[in-house]
Ligand binder design. Sequence first.
Ligand SMILES: Cc1cc2nc3c(=O)[nH]c(=O)nc-3n(C[C@H](O)[C@H](O)[C@H](O)COP(=O)(O)OP(=O)(O)OC[C@H]3O[C@@H](n4cnc5c(N)ncnc54)[C@H](O)[C@@H]3O)c2cc1C
Length: 306
Amino acid sequence: MVTKSALIYLSRQEGLKDFATRFRPFKKLTTRFVAGESIDEAVAAIRELNAENITASFDHLNESVATQAEAEAEVREYLQILAQIDARGIKSNVSIKLTQFGLELDPELTYSNARRVLVDAVQRGNFVRVDMEGSNVTQATIDLFKRLRAEFDLNDVGIVLQSYLYRTFEDAVDLLKIPARIRLCKGAYSEPPEIAFPNKKDVDDNFVRVMQLLLSSGTYHGIATHDPRMLDATIDFVQKEGITKDAFEFQMLFGIRRDLQRQLARDGYNMRVYVPYGKHWYPYFMRRLAERPANIWFVLKNILKG
Ligand SMILES: Cc1cc2nc3c(=O)[nH]c(=O)nc-3n(C[C@H](O)[C@H](O)[C@H](O)COP(=O)(O)OP(=O)(O)OC[C@H]3O[C@@H](n4cnc5c(N)ncnc54)[C@H](O)[C@@H]3O)c2cc1C
C-alpha cells in the first residue's frame, strides 16, 4: 500500500524526526502509542496494566544508534529498567533492539552489550526479548541471538519472527530445534516483494501457519497481533489441539485494542503488552501510523485543532 510504505519511508528521515520531536502538537499525540518519555511514566502505565492482570514488556525507544557511546547509554538504561522492575515490584520483562546496542556499528560490541543486559536479567530471574528489525539485519539478529542462546537458557532470552518474510517458516523450524522462545508478529517494516509477501492475505496465511507450528512445539511462545482474525485462528487452534491457556501468551502494543487486551485477560489468557517509552519515539510512532490509515486522520485532525 502506497500510504504505508510512504509513512515507513518518512519514519527513517532524520530531518523530519528532528522537526517532529520538537513540534508540540505532534509530540502530544504520541501518548496514544507511547507511555511517556521517562521510566517513571512507563512504570505507571505498567502498574495499570498489571492491575488488569496484564503483564508487560518494557521497551526503551531507540534504534540504529550512530555511536558506541549511544549504545553504551542504551545498555545503562536497560540495566536501570531491570532494577526498577524489581524495585517497583511490577510484572514486566524487557524488549531490546540489537541496532540499539550497536549492530550496525560493530556486531562484537553488540554481542557484549546484549550479554551485559542478559547477565543482569538472569540474576533477577527476568527475560530479555530480542525484537526483530528490518531485513538488512534479519540474519545478523538471528545469528547473534543464537550465540546468546548457546550461553543462556530457554527462559532467559527469546527472539521475534515476522510472518511477512518468505524465510520465516524455515527460520521457525530451525529455531525450534534449539529450542527458542519466539514472538510471532506480522512485521512492521517496508520490505521488497523479493523477500516479503506483498499481499496481506499471504502474510496472514503465513502467520496462521507459523502460529500452528509454534504452538504445537511445546515451548512457550508469544502470539503478537491485534488482528481479530489471527486471534480467532489461534484460539480455535489451541482449543482443537487441547493446548492449555498457560502454554503461550498473546501480546499487543501499548494503546492498541485495549478492549481486546482486557477481554483476553478476563477470558484467562496470558496477555502481555509492549510498553515503549523514551525520547526517540519518532520511527516507532510513524510505523504505528503506517499500520492503520485512520490513525493519520486522527493525527491531522488533532494538529489542525491545535
Ligand atoms: C507485542 C508486539 C511486539 C511487536 N514486535 C515487533 C518486532 O519485533 N518487529 C516487527 O517488525 N514488528 C513488531 N510488531 C509489530 C507487528 O509486526 C505489526 O506491525 C503490528 O502488530 C500490526 O499488525 P497486526 O498483527 O496487529 O495486524 P494488522 O493486520 O496490521 O491489523 C489488524 C487490526 O489491528 C488493529 N491495529 C493494528 N495496528 C494498529 C495501529 N497501529 N493503530 C490502531 N489499530 C491497529 C486494527 O484494528 C487492524 O484492523 C510487534 C507487535 C506486537 C503486538
